[in-house]
Design a protein around this ligand. Structure first.
Ligand SMILES: [Zn+2]
Length: 185
């Protein structure tokens, strides 16, 4: 009975959030994703811009690192209640390759949406879905990472790369914000 219940639960969990019928394909520069139609309309242009940007990155190892990360996302699913309160996007061990986003995701500026996807891709790749206590801003709770080799770390590295090419205010602001999320930088 317990096994039956577990299997049933697994099926329910696996099917609860993802409706592939409501999805469109995004394909550009080796990135190939299924995305909820509502989400696709909103993030298509930032995905096009940033996948084009990363394709032009001269440092081959960083470019490959980013492409490998993004290749780990197969589906971006718009789901109102899949993430915890306060989260804008999330991923979990029960849904390999799936990133859930909610309406708060779209309150972020487009570049932040893209780095948010890199963040979730890093969770999926490492299969580590946890964070640690914020040491620079203890009031932010347990929503930080210890080192640069982490979900917030990849956001930082990507923004730093963009900052080196264009020191605009927006990138600078985002970079400073992410800096607080990494304890050892
Ligand atoms: Zn995270």
């Amino acid at each position: 009975m317990k096994i039956f219940f577990s299997i049933l639960l697994l099926i329910v969990v696996s099917c609860s959030h993802i409706d592939v019928k409501d999805m469109g394909q995004f394909k550009n520069n080796d990135v190939d994703l299924l995305i909820s139609n509502k989400t696709l309309i909103s993030i298509k242009s930032i995905l096009e811009n940033e996948t084009l940007y990363l394709d032009q990155i001269a440092e081959t190892s960083f470019k490959e690192e980013l492409k490998l990360l993004l290749a780990g996302i197969k589906i971006i699913s718009y789901e109102k209640n899949a993430c915890s309160t306060g989260q804008v996007a999330c991923s979990d061990p029960e849904h390999p390759g799936v990133v859930f986003v909610n309406e708060n995701f779209f309150l972020m500026i487009p570049l932040e949406q893209f780095t948010g996807l890199l963040h979730e891709a890093a969770h999926l790749q490492s299969k580590n879905f946890t964070h640690v206590q914020c040491l620079k801003k203890p009031e932010w709770g347990y929503e930080c990472d210890e080192t640069i080799n982490s979900p917030y770390g990849i956001e930082y590295k990507y923004l730093l790369h963009k900052y080196m090419h264009s020191k605009d205010d927006l990138i600078t602001q985002l970079l400073l914000k992410i800096n607080y999320r990494i304890n050892k930088i």
